[in-house]
Write a protein of this length. Structure first.
Length: 534
C-alpha cells in the first residue's frame, strides 16, 4: 500500500483507536467504576421528581430479586424498582469463563418518575417496590403514594425481549392528570478502552418520511437533550449490547437524555399527558429488548435500525454478511476473517496493480523529470508543459498511485468499523486468542509500565509484518533527492510504530484482518516489483 495512503489511514485510525487508550490512562476511575457524579435536578421543560441518585449503600443486595431464563439473568432491586445487573448466558467472559456480565453501575435512579404539578404539589416517584418473580413474569408493585399506585409487569419471551405493562391506579376521589418518565437505563460501563467511543443513547424516529437513528453523546451534568419530536423507540447501547424500550401503544412518546456527569447519561421515554379518573386506572404497553446488537435478533422486533455502520453502513453490512457466510463453511470466525481478507484483496488486486504500476512508471521517468526541473526551474509554465508532455509520452498518470487506493479506502474503513462492533466475534477463538472481540492477552510473569501483567502479541506481529513490508517493497528512484529518500526511510520505520500504538488496544479480530492484509500486500508488491517496464 502506498505510504501516503498508509499515512492517511494512520491519522484516521489514530482518532478512532488511540484516543480511548489515552482516556483509560488519564481517567482510570471511569473504567474501574469507583466514582459517581450525582446529577442535579433539571428544570427546563418539566419538573422531574425523585431523580436523586442513590448510592450503592441504598441498594442492598438483600433487596435484590433475580430472574432467569435461557438467555438472561436479571437482577432487580426493590429500591426504585431498578435493573441493577444483566448477565448473558450465550456469551462468555473470556477472562473468567463465566456468563458475560454488563456490570451495570451499582447506583441507579428510580426506574420511573412523574412530571408536572398536581394541585401545586409534585407527585413523588415510588421509592420502594415489591418484586415478585413467577416463571417468565416479573411484577414490581409500588405502595400507593399520593393516591397513585404503580405496577410494572414484565413478561419475558424465549429470546431477549419482553412485554412490559405499566399500570397507574388512582385510589383517590379526584381525577389525576400527569406525565411520567420511564427509564431504559443509564450508560453501560465500558469493558475495554475501545468501548468508550461506542457508548451512546439513541432516539429512533421518523422525520420527513425517513427513519433516522440519532446518536446522543451528551453526558454533562445537568444537561438534558430532548428528541424534539415523537420517537418510535429509545436505546442505551455499547459496542455489542443494547437496552431498548419501544412503546406499543398509539400514544406519542418523546425521548429524553439526562446528562449525569462523569461521562454518563440516563435515557428515558416521556409519556404524553394522561388523565386517570377517580378510582380508575390506565395501562400502557412497551417492548423491552435486552440483548446483543445482532441484526437477526433485532429485525423480527422491528429494531434493526439500531445496526448502523455510519456513512459506510451498506458496505459494512455486506461485509458482515459475507463473514457470517464464511463462518458457516469454516466454523471459526478467525479463519473466516483471514479468508474474507484474502477475497477482498483478490477483488481489489486490479486497483492495487494499477497503483503500483503507476509508481513503477514514475520510477522510469524520474531522471527525465529531474532534468526538466533543472532546465526550467525559472520558468514554471514551461516546466508544467514539458512535464505533461512527458507524462503523455510514457502513459503516466500522476494521480494513478493515489486514486486506486482512495477507491479502496471505503472498503477498508467499513470493514474496520464492522469488525470493531460485531458482537458475533465475542467468544470466538483462534490459537492463543480467547476472544476476537477483545485484545488478545498473553500473561507475563512480571508487570511492565503502561503494559501491565499481560502483553498483546497480535499487534506486535502486525508491527513486524508492516516493518518488513515497508523495507521489502520500497521503490528506489534514480536521481531521487537524498533528503526525500532519507525522509521515506524514516517514514518506513515510523509507520509500523504508529500503527502499533493505534492497534495495540483494538479487538484482535480487527488486528488479525490488518495483519493478514499486510502480509498479502507484501507478497503482492514483491511479485509486482519483479515486473520490468519498457
Amino acid at each position: 500500500m502506498e505510504r501516503r495512503t498508509l499515512l492517511a489511514l494512520a491519522l484516521s485510525f489514530l482518532v478512532l483507536g488511540f484516543y480511548p487508550v489515552l482516556l483509560q490512562k488519564f481517567y482510570p476511575n471511569y473504567y474501574k467504576n469507583v466514582s459517581r457524579v450525582h446529577a442535579t435536578q433539571a428544570a427546563q421543560k418539566a419538573v422531574v421528581a425523585d431523580r436523586t441518585l442513590r448510592s450503592s449503600d441504598e441498594l442492598p443486595a438483600s433487596k435484590d430479586a433475580v430472574f432467569k431464563n435461557e438467555k438472561l439473568r436479571l437482577v432487580f432491586n426493590e429500591k426504585g424498582g431498578v435493573l441493577r445487573g444483566i448477565s448473558f448466558f450465550d456469551f462468555t467472559d473470556s477472562e473468567t469463563g463465566a456468563a458475560l456480565n454488563l456490570a451495570l453501575y451499582k447506583e441507579s435512579e428510580s426506574s420511573l418518575a412523574f412530571l408536572d404539578f398536581i394541585e401545586n404539589k409534585t407527585i413523588q416517584a415510588p421509592e420502594n417496590y415489591q418484586v415478585q418473580t413467577n416463571g417468565p413474569e416479573v411484577v414490581l408493585t409500588s405502595e400507593a403514594l399520593a393516591g397513585l399506585k404503580v405496577t410494572k409487569k414484565y413478561l419475558f419471551h424465549d429470546d431477549y425481549s419482553a412485554d412490559l405493562e405499566v399500570v397507574l391506579e388512582n385510589s383517590s376521589d379526584s381525577p389525576i392528570e400527569l406525565r411520567y418518565e420511564l427509564f431504559a437505563g443509564s450508560t453501560i460501563p465500558p469493558r475495554h478502552s475501545i468501548d468508550n467511543q461506542y457508548l451512546a443513547s439513541n432516539f429512533f424516529l421518523n422525520a420527513g418520511g425517513k427513519n433516522i437513528l440519532k446518536h446522543i453523546k451528551e453526558t454533562r451534568q445537568g444537561r438534558d437533550v430532548s428528541s424534539d419530536g415523537f420517537v418510535q423507540w429509545i436505546a442505551v447501547k455499547d459496542r455489542h449490547f443494547s437496552i431498548i424500550l419501544k412503546p406499543k401503544t398509539a400514544d406519542a412518546f418523546s425521548g429524553m437524555v439526562h446528562g449525569l456527569g462523569n461521562r454518563r447519561a440516563a435515557t428515558s421515554l416521556i409519556s404524553p399527558k394522561i388523565s386517570i379518573p377517580a378510582r380508575g386506572s390506565t395501562k400502557q404497553e412497551f417492548l423491552l429488548y435486552i440483548g446483543p446488537n445482532e441484526i437477526d435478533k433485532l429485525t423480527p422486533l422491528g429494531l434493526d435500525g439500531l445496526i448502523n455502520f455510519g456513512k459506510l453502513d451498506s458496505i459494512g453490512k455486506v461485509l458482515v454478511g459475507a463473514l457470517e457466510l464464511l463462518h458457516k463453511v469454516f466454523q471459526n470466525y478467525g479463519l473466516s476473517i483471514i479468508v474474507l481478507t484474502i477475497l477482498i484483496n483478490l477483488l481489489l488486486f486490479p486497483l492495487t496493480r494499477v497503483s503500483y504500476m503507476s509508481m513503477k512508471r514514475m520510477q522510469l521517468i524520474q531522471p527525465q523529470m529531474n532534468r526538466l526541473r533543472e532546465q526550467h526551474k525559472k520558468n514554471p509554465d514551461k516546466l508544467n508543459k514539458e512535464m505533461l508532455e512527458l507524462y503523455r509520452k510514457h502513459k503516466v498518470n500522476p494521480f494513478g498511485g493515489c486514486l486506486p487506493m482512495i477507491i479502496q479506502m471505503p472498503v477498508f474503513i467499513a470493514l474496520y468499523v464492522a469488525l470493531s462492533k460485531s458482537v458475533i466475534l465475542i467468544d470466538s477463538k483462534l490459537l492463543w486468542i480467547k476472544d476476537l472481540s477483545s485484545p488478545d492477552n498473553v500473561p507475563l510473569p512480571f508487570s511492565l509500565p503502561f503494559v501491565g501483567s499481560g502483553v498483546h502479541i497480535l499487534p506486535l506481529l502486525m508491527v513486524v509484518a508492516m516493518f518488513f513490508q515497508q523495507k521489502f517493497t520500497q521503490i528506489k528512484m534514480d536521481g531521487q533527492d537524498p533528503a526525500l529518500e532519507s525522509q521515506q526511510k524514516m517514514m518506513a520505520t515510523m509507520m509500523p510504530v504508529i500503527f502499533g500504538f493505534i492497534f495495540y488496544a483494538m479487538p484482535s479480530g480487527l488486528v488479525l484482518y490488518w495483519l493478514t492484509n499486510t502480509l498479502l500486500m507484501t507478497f503482492y508488491q514483491l511479485h509486482l516489483k519483479k515486473i520490468t517496464l519498457t
